[in-house]
Each structure stands twice: as C-alpha cells, then as structure tokens.
Design a protein around this ligand. Structure first.
Ligand SMILES: [Zn+2]
Length: 330
C-alpha cells in the first residue's frame, strides 16, 4: 500500500510577527518551494494585515501554478496567546496591537476555502528547529526566542507540547527577579523585561539619558529613540562598556531562566533563537556556565545550550511541519 504521506498536497506556512509576515509554500513531503516576506504594518490594523496576507497566499500559490483547492492546508504561527483548538488569537499585544480575540483560522478558511490551523510562533519555531534545524532528531528540547519579546516552545518525546489550554511555553514570563521591573504582561521581574530586544534597547536609551557615555551616541546623535537592540549588541561586541554591561545583565537573567528550564524539563537541548541570538556566545556563554554549575541534576548540567540554525525561518518550517502532521492525522 502506498504511504499516505506521499499523497499529501502542498501546504502554506505563515509566520506573523510584530514587524513582518513570512509566507512560504511547502511540498507535501515537507520541502520548501517558495518564501516571501512582507511588512506586517501592524499599525494599519488587523483587517489590512489579513487582506495583505490573503493576497500573498494567493500570489505564492499562483506563482507555483497552484489553485487554493490544490493546497492541503494553511498553518499560521502568531505571536501572543493563541487558542490552537479554536484557531483564535486571544491577544498578541503589544507586538500586534488590536489583535484581540481574532478567530484567524476561521477568517482565513472562509477567505481561502482551505483548512487553516493556528499555533503560537515560538512553538512553531521549536518544531521547525526540531524537524529541520539544530535540534533535528532530538526528542526533548526547549526553544526560547529572544526578539521583540521572549517566547518559548517545548518538544517532549518528539511532539510539540501545548499544555491544557494550548498556553504552554510562555517562558519569557517566568519570574527571574522577585519585585523586579514591570513587564508588558503586568507582572514584575519576568525574564522578558531583562532580555528581550525591546528592553535591551530601552535600557541603553535610559542610561544614556541619565548621562552615561556610550559609542551608541556616535551612531544616533540626539535621536536616542533610533537605538535598537541590534545596535546595542554590535556596540557590545566592539567593546562599548555600557552596551557590554546591558548584554551581560540580559545574559545573567537568561542564565537564571535556563537553569529553571533545565530543572523543569531535563531537555537534551535548549535552543536560543530570535534576533538577539545573533550575539552567540556573548549571550549564552553565561547561561551555559550557570546551567553547568547550578542545574539540580548532575546529568542535566550537561544539557547543550545552542543557537538556532534556521534564523527567522524557524517559524515557517515549524508551521509547515505542524500542518503536514495534522493532514497525516486527518
Ligand atoms: Zn511578563
């Protein structure tokens, strides 16, 4: 008998982030055939983003001589709290303002006539790295994405773990400093408030405004709002004291988070993805040392902590894998 997986139709994988949307077409065997990136333009509202997303899906299908009826599934990864069972983006604030209780899977299904699934973007990235990237073949892994915010994805026994309310993996909101600074989620002292790109850039701006010297001033002059986390990272790599200090602080709190993750999950690997992962060892070296010294189990102290391999494309690889898994089960 022919294997069912051989008969799967191509799928469209989408990753919606605060700044850009990535749309990719995958064959039924899971090979990427095409990829397009467009700005999310979140400030223009949900309807406008959905409109442009549908145009892009149509474009990528027609560009590969496919009609929507020849597409097996669409799977969307979204930032924020996502109800995967109902296909609803519950809230993606502050990264996608206005995305509250959006029945995205239904909306896209009605527009395109193709079965549509929805998952959290960091869960998608974890699945992407496990199927196609640095975690290929590994059964137990945890991924942290350090970008605008901090997301998490968990793979247990080779499967994506979504939790009871499909809300598992919010590792950016674990408390790493009791009574610490207030996070966007309303709680104090979350990992995200110390190590996300948004906050790394904000600390640099605040400390310069308070009179500290930094080479970042040479790049932006008076316009401190132009400072980005990438600029802080580059300045740190070039020896700027203020930037080095901010990255070292982020790395320390990330280290606390990593020790907690290793103690909770005993994974074989923890993968760091997202924009900040470009800093490599400067960001994760401290965490590696902390896990080696502090993880509860002696064996877990050997857990490998690595940078992701797929970069910004981890999410679409993972959404494609999720869509193909769902079709295989169907
Ligand atoms: Zn938080």
């Amino acid at each position: 008998m022919q294997k069912k997986s051989l008969r799967l139709k191509p799928v469209v994988a989408v990753d919606i982030g605060g700044s850009k949307m990535i749309v990719a077409l995958f064959s039924g065997e899971g090979r990427m055939l095409a990829i397009k990136v467009l700005p999310t333009l979140a400030q223009e509202g949900v309807d406008s983003a959905i409109e442009r997303l549908c145009s892009m899906i149509n474009e990528i299908l027609s560009g590969n001589n496919l009609s929507p009826s020849e597409c097996g599934a669409i799977c969307i990864a979204s930032a924020g709290a996502v109800d995967t069972v109902r296909g609803v983006v519950e809230t993606a604030s502050p990264h996608l303002p206005g995305w509250t209780n959006i029945p995205l899977a239904d909306i896209i299904y009605k527009r395109m006539g193709v079965p549509t699934y929805l998952i959290n973007d960091a869960s998608a990235a974890a699945l992407g790295e496990q199927r196609y990237g640095v975690g290929k073949g590994i059964k137990n892994l945890v991924l942290l994405t350090l970008g605008t915010g901090i997301g998490g994805g968990i793979i247990i026994d080779g499967k994506l773990y979504l939790g009871t309310h499909t809300a598992a993996g919010e590792l950016g909101h674990m408390t790493v400093q009791e009574g610490g600074p207030k996070c966007g989620c309303g709680k104090n002292g979350c990992l995200e408030i110390f190590a996300s790109g948004t906050d790394i850039a904000r600390y640099a701006r605040e400390r310069i405004r308070n009179g500290e010297k930094s080479s970042l001033i040479d790049s932006v002059g008076e316009e401190l709002d132009k400072i980005t986390s990438e600029m802080v990272g580059k300045a740190a790599q070039n020896g700027d004291k203020l930037s080095k200090d901010i990255i070292a602080k982020a790395a320390y709190y990330l280290g606390i988070g990593l020790v907690n993750i290793v103690n909770a999950f005993d994974p074989e690997m923890v993968i760091i993805g997202g924009g900040m992962s470009a800093l490599g060892d400067m960001l994760i070296g401290t965490g590696r040392r902390m896990v080696a010294a502090q993880a509860f189990s002696k064996s877990a102290r050997k857990t490998s902590i690595v940078i992701g391999k797929l970069g910004n494309e981890a999410g679409v690889y993972g959404t494609a894998a999720y869509a193909l898994d769902m079709k295989r089960k169907a």
